[in-house]
Design a binder for this molecule. Structure first.
Ligand code: ATP
Ligand code: MG
Length: 270
């Protein structure tokens, strides 16, 4: 379980009047939960997820990842093994000289046996349709391919908490569909596992239809969480979401209009 206990974070904490990118956030993410996170630009989404694996340390409050805390420097390595993060911009993440090395890198750091690494790298590259680029330097890949590689490298390490910061921003329609299938597969697999072995997903997205797949939708605004409920409940706040620069899926916009026109739910369902 990830417990976020009343955290505040500022990029300029020493200013007289520091701007809070995160303003008293309290949140619990349970094992196996699929949580979507939306909010307009600068609302604090990336800052929040960067705190989850200790890339940023809040000036106030504390984050617990299972029994570990990002406050304790000795906990950071084990926290990063548990919290796998796919960054908004894959160029900030890819470090190796070949596609194959990029996927193997994290596994080597975890001390996985070479035969296992070989097997996992092969399987993951096939799954993400990157096998043909095995020896290629990653910087020669397209934006979407880099995003797939970043995701493949993180998934190879089988993190307990999978954090995805707008992972489909550079993907085409097929790439996005494949990603969503993968997330749904993780969700289905969770149902077969003990709670403690389940994978949680935290997905930052600008696509309402992706958020609809989640168990829970958080909306951020000005460094705070303004909604935390099931997506179908949150999306009913069509007008307020518009005011804060977001859109609900089109069916949520149409439904109240139809009801106002006198169509009852029996017409809509049938
Ligand atoms: N490295 C940084 N240094 C200083 N300020 C930053 C830095 N990164 C982000 N900020 C500021 O912190 C606030 C929150 O930014 P953040 O990147 O978390 O937003 P976001 O919701 O992820 O936005 P986007 O949708 O554009 O990705 C913004 O006001 C931003 O300008
Ligand atoms: Mg961001």
């Amino acid at each position: 379980m990830i417990k976020i206990k009343d955290i505040c974070f500022s990029y300029s904490p020493d200013d007289d009047n520091p701007l809070l990118a995160l303003d008293h956030i309290k949140l619990t993410i349970r094992e196996g939960e699929f949580v979507a996170l939306m909010g307009h630009n600068s609302s604090g989404k990336t800052t929040l997820v960067r705190c989850l694996n200790g890339l940023l340390i809040p000036q106030h409050g504390e984050i617990f990842v299972d029994e570990l805390t990002t406050k304790n420097p000795a906990d950071l390595l084990p926290i990063r093994k548990k919290v796998g993060m796919v960054f908004q911009n894959p160029d900030n993440q890819i470090v190796s000289t070949s596609v194959e090395r990029e996927v193997a890198f994290g596994l080597e750091n975890l001390g996985v046996a070479p035969e296992t690494i070989h097997r996992v790298v092969h399987a993951i590259l096939q799954q993400f349709d990157l096998e043909k680029y095995r020896q290629h330097p990653p910087h020669l890949l397209s934006g979407g391919e880099k995003q797939r590689l970043a995701l493949a490298a993180v998934l190879a390490m089988n993190p307990k908490y999978l954090v995805l910061d707008e992972p489909s921003s550079m993907l085409d329609l097929k790439g996005r569909r494949d990603l969503l299938d993968l997330l749904l597969e993780i969700k289905r697999d969770n149902a077969k596992k003990k709670t403690t072995d389940q994978t949680s997903i935290i997905l930052i997205t600008q696509y309402p239809e992706e958020a609809l797949l989640a168990d829970r939708l958080l909306i951020m605004e000005g460094g705070t969480i303004v909604y935390d409920d099931s997506p179908t409940v949150v999306f009913q706040n069509v007008d307020h979401l518009k005011q804060i620069g977001l859109e609900a899926p089109v069916e949520f916009e149409i439904l109240p209009v139809l009801v106002e026109m006198g169509y009852g739910s029996e017409v809509l369902s049938g």
